[in-house]
Write a protein that binds this ligand. Structure first.
Ligand SMILES: NC(=O)c1ccc[n+]([C@@H]2O[C@H](COP(=O)([O-])OP(=O)(O)OC[C@H]3O[C@@H](n4cnc5c(N)ncnc54)[C@H](OP(=O)(O)O)[C@@H]3O)[C@@H](O)[C@H]2O)c1
Length: 244
């Protein structure tokens, strides 16, 4: 470890599991003070104990709860350096059968969540800070049977670019688009019988799923001092998936 984030304060949404946990763990090991947030208190406290970081229970689609978190945060920590908008969920559904409820849930959490977190925390961010959005390769090219998820992630890709333009010279805004990463989200899809692990491994030319730590390495680069000139960038970390 290189202490690249010494003295920095970072919030990672969806940090109790999967990719968010991997990012929070890496940032903590690199010297940052990290606050993870998600909805399930028991998962949050277990994760924050494991990582050795702080936590705050939050639904990223709830603007009132976010405003309360901002008050709590500014009193306890003052200013923020890094915001990672990682919290997300997937519900299957094609254009002809997706329910309005599932559409709203995915758009509210996956796309409105990053907007609400960013707009509420921006006034409390240090100049030179950094926002990282976690989209997906399906934000760049769609997959069958997940119309709302694809729409939400395509939105996150362009939200990143628009924010980067608005905030240029003040806050850098970047986006990682992972392919399939081995997390509880993927386990759930496998357990529900929607798809097999073998197929999920084969959709990457490298022949395996990614690991949360491999997304965390790119997150560290994008949020750290070595990416000072990088903003508005959409980076795939995908085992070669989008090369095909
Ligand atoms: N795994 C993949 O293959 C893959 C690929 C591309 C992109 N991604 C994206 O990467 C991100 C992380 O995915 P993952 O695979 O690590 O998922 P995961 O294992 O299901 O973890 C998701 C995390 O987000 C939290 N979360 C969900 N809804 C939330 C809400 N409304 N408010 C606050 N927290 C919420 C969850 O905790 P609670 O449920 O307790 O709130 C959990 O901590 C997501 O945005 C996902 O779309 C994943």
């Amino acid at each position: 470890m290189t202490d690249l984030l010494n003295g920095k304060v970072a919030i990672v949404t969806g940090g109790s599991k999967g990719i968010g946990f991997g990012i929070a763990e890496r940032f903590t090991n690199e010297g940052a003070t990290v606050i993870i947030c998600s909805r399930t208190e028991s998962d949050l406290s277990e994760a924050s104990d494991n990582i050795g970081c702080d936590s705050y229970q939050l639904d990223v689609s709830d603007s009132n709860k976010i405003r309360s978190m901002v008050e709590w945060f500014t009193e306890k920590y003052g200013k923020l350096d890094i915001l990672v908008n990682n919290a997300g969920l997937i519900r299957p559904g094609r254009i002809n059968d997706v329910t309005e409820e599932d559409w709203d849930l995915q758009l509210n959490v996956n796309l409105k969540g990053p907007y609400l977190m960013s707009s509420n925390f921006l006034p409390h961010m240090n100049k030179g800070g950094s926002i990282l959005n976690i989209a997906s390769t399906v934000g760049l090219r769609a997959m069958k049977g997940a119309v709302a998820y694809c729409a939400s992630k395509g939105g996150v890709v362009n939200l990143t670019k628009a924010m980067a333009l608005d905030l240029a010279g003040k806050i850098r805004v970047n986006c990682i688009c992972p392919a399939v990463v081995d997390t509880p989200m993927v386990d759930e899809r496998v357990q529900s019988g929607h798809i097999s692990r073998r197929i999920l491994e084969k959709v990457q030319p490298i022949g395996r799923m990614g690991k949360p730590a491999e997304i965390a390495s790119m997150a560290l680069h994008l949020c750290g001092p070595e990416a000072d000139w990088t903003t508005g960038s959409i980076i795939t970390v995908d085992g070669g998936q989008t090369a095909a």
